[in-house]
Design a binder for this molecule. Sequence first.
Ligand code: FAD
Ligand code: SF4
Length: 463
Amino acid sequence: MSLRLSMPELGLKKRRHSFDEVALGYSAEQAIAEAKRCLQCASIKSRNIKAECVRGCPTETDIPRFVKYVSEGDFDSAIEVIKERNALPAICGRVCPYENQCEKLCILSKKGEALAIGGLERFVADHERKKNIKVSKKAETSGKIVAVIGSGPAGLTTAADLAKLGHDVTIYEALHEVGGVLMYGIPEFRLPKEIVQAEVEYVKRLGVSIQTNVVIGRSIGVEGLLEKFDAVFIGTGAGLPRFLNIPGENLNGVYSSNEFLIRTNLMKAYKFPEYDTPIKIGKKVAVIGAGNVAIDSARVALRLGGEDVCIIYRRSEKEMPARAEEIKRAKEEGIQFKLLTNPVRIIGDEGGWVKQIECVRMKLGDSDKSGRRMPIPIEDSEFTLDVDTVIIAIGQSPNPLISKVTNGLKTTRGGAIKIDENGRTSLEGVFAGGDITPGTATVIEAMSAGKRAARAIHEYISR
Ligand code: FAD
Ligand code: SF4
């Protein structure tokens, strides 16, 4: 069985000091060769049997069909197949955890290496962008109007699917840029912003209008939108940083990952002084957490001049939630991993700046509700590390503004908006999806929730 073609990458030396994209993508010849490895497993519609890879894809993209077109060199037809189900393929092809989804179930992985489905999706989407192929057609108008709050992957997908059905959609976005975390969270070297904006342009070409700098819940709320629109979708994400609640978190030199990444990505601090956003980063940087946000923060800190950058995580490598590919790249770039280690105190100097972090060593006990083994502190194992910057990246909570000001909108104890399996909230005509709802934490899950909600909204406004 032939081996999977590895994707070319930017050289290690250049990568450690540059925000240029690390993964470089396949050439046409490489994409064709990789696509030819596919076994073209059959889907039988009448018996509801799907190829394994399709079962693993939250948007149910017809993977064997698009891959077949790639193997024949017909990239234009391949992108049409993908766009039947996925409005943001250049983004998904870069950041989706496909190793846990379509590629995990791919039949080829049983005896060797899975087909590089993500890499092929990325190749086809990039081909479309470079050739400027316009595959979107405006549908005949239905006369119904829908408001979408938030322009992250959930909002963009809901809007695109509704526009394809002929509905008139307006997205309201609080920030000056469109794309949510894709723009302000995930760094340029993993997801170039030019690519996000090209996919946003596709959504606009479908007829969606987008208003930026509008915070729903301030000048106008959900109730106000319902007076004008036939339905409302809330896709406001989880942008509220969580903290450790340990002494010293308010010292100078301690950032939340949110602030750190927004300053770097959205306000372009990495291009200072060309952009007027300074960011102070020391030589010794500790990042707390081990998800994608933590790994991204550590790799950004390295590129901004950090010399000694480490991840501090209370469990072992096996439990790290970040994508395996990005952990590997972080290690190659020189990020150190201090595992089974938990911070208990941040220590400052006389000027109120961070100088040390005190940690305790941990061991793993029994599994918790999530199936991961619980970290337990080892008695008398405290030690200190010299640091001059600390970045807290232990997760985010749902944005609270809309649920606070909307009467009757039910939320969980953690502040996520409660929905049924079709994205309906407790309020008539109001739907929600993505990170603002329980159990969603990835781009593709947010998109999949957007697709479900779009179907339910269509049904609701077509009654
Ligand atoms: P968001 O992307 O958060 O978008 C919500 C939008 O709503 C924002 O633009 C916000 O400004 C806007 N908004 C909020 N409140 C209002 C309001 N009141 N009025 C108007 N607009 C409002 N996932 C992956 O699959 N792979 C990865 O590699 C990955 N890496 C990540 C790295 C980082 C640093 C971060 C932070 C997240 C990462 N994720 C990753 C998670 C993924 O980005 C999110 O799950 C996804 O973006 C959620 O989409 P969303 O549309 O629900 O919300
Ligand atoms: Fe091709 Fe793998 Fe899907 Fe089979 S499971 S069709 S080999 S990608």
